[in-house]
Design a protein around this ligand. Structure first.
Ligand code: SF4
Ligand code: SF4
Length: 366
């Protein structure tokens, strides 16, 4: 349950904004707010997760600090989002991972790396680990296929289940209580908004991030990150089909579809997270929530490390560095999978559901 102070402050700000309405053209939050007269817990949770943290309403607000009204919508919504992530975490006792999340993700990375390195270095013969391998099954000479696929498949499967469980409970408390009807049109609307990041366009001309000047930089770097991740996911899925459907065993040639998709995805995951970290370093601190900042940085650094080690593995796969690089890369991937439901990645679930709810609401005044 979000803290009473956070909810009270979010309620106070929405009441002021609903009287002012100056920002109604900036994003989906303000039109959704205008469909309400009172703000329940579910309403505030929905609005907080609909907010993309573009800071547009902070930089233009005549009541922002130092005004006595102290209106800072991005900051209070960011704080409420962190509390949403903890509230709907499954299983519940892991909700604590969202507090000091940077530390939690760092520990998960250290543990996964140590585990992979200790296991490969103790179980594998040095001549194999540091030998040069090429041709069919080269990776599996270092780490056997079953030892690679089963632990990763189980951890990934658990992560997806945990995220779906959180999403279902979130939906019940937000859209379920507001009476929004789920429909194909609403889902397609949500998908379109995710794919285009329409709400990071501000009212046109981009959003005021990292400073008060309008820019598309955040939207573009987020696109690199999102599509880079999806390309890497497509590459892995295609490689699985190659392996099980056709019996074609990795590593694949540089001109094969999985390698081309993975290379493009890896480049996207270098550019996107690096760009977003650069923007964060320059961003004005006043509209930022401290807990969310640590969470953002932890995920971006992890994605960057996965891309860097993945591309290095591609380039050096026929050298004696392959065994060590493979272990390190898989360690980072394992840390990502294990922290998927307990880190910033969950914003994708709740943001998508908020966008679907926004499209689903039939816009009655309540
Ligand atoms: S953020 Fe400020 S300017 Fe925008 S609607 Fe709220 S009170 Fe008005
Ligand atoms: S920070 Fe941006 S997305 Fe969030 S409410 Fe303000 S204008 Fe909308």
């Amino acid at each position: 349950m979000p803290s009473t102070d956070t909810l009270k402050e979010a309620d106070r700000l929405m009441t002021i904004c609903n009287a002012c309405r100056y920002c109604e053209g900036f994003c989906a939050v303000f039109p959704a707010m205008e469909r309400r007269r009172l703000f329940s817990l579910g309403d505030l949770t929905f609005l907080a997760n609909l907010c993309h943290g573009c800071n547009g309403c902070y930089h233009t607000c005549q009541y922002a600090p130092p005004h006595e009204f102290d209106v800072n919508v991005p900051k209070i919504f960011a704080a409420l989002r962190v509390e949403t992530y903890a509230q709907y975490a499954w299983p519940g006792f892991l909700a604590r991972a969202f507090h000091r999340n940077g530390l939690f993700v760092s520990l998960a990375v250290a543990l996964a790396l140590a585990l992979l390195l200790v296991l490969t270095f103790t179980l594998q013969d040095a001549s194999v680990l540091f030998g040069e391998h090429s041709g069919t099954g080269a990776f599996y000479a270092v780490i056997p296929y079953d030892a690679m696929v089963w632990p990763f498949g189980l951890v990934f499967g658990f992560a997806i289940f945990a995220m779906i469980a959180g999403g279902v409970r979130y939906w019940r408390d937000t859209a379920g209580r507001s009476g929004a009807k789920l429909s194909l049109r609403a889902v397609l609307g949500g998908v379109r908004d995710v794919l285009t990041l329409k709400n990071l366009g501000g009212g046109g001309g981009g959003c005021t991030y990292p400073d008060e000047n309008f820019s598309y930089a955040r939207r573009n770097f987020h696109h690199f990150t999102f599509y880079g991740f999806m390309l890497c996911f497509a590459a892995t899925s295609l490689a699985t089909i190659y392996h099980h459907g056709f019996g074609w065993i990795a590593p694949y040639s540089f001109t094969s579809a999985p390698v081309i998709l993975g290379t493009l995805g890896g480049i996207g995951l270098l550019i996107g997270p690096a760009g977003l970290l650069w923007l964060k370093a320059k961003a004005e601190p006043a509209p930022l929530a401290r807990d969310l900042l640590g969470m953002d940085v932890a995920l971006l650094v992890l994605l960057f490390a996965i891309a860097l080690t993945g591309l290095a593995l591609l380039v050096l796969r026929e050298t004696s560095a392959m065994g060590t690089l493979l272990s390190v890369h898989l360690g980072f991937v394992m840390a990502l999978f294990a922290t998927l439901p307990y880190g910033k990645m969950v914003h994708g679930v709740y943001r998508f559901l908020a966008l679907v709810q926004d499209a689903a609401e039939d816009k009655p005044l309540r």
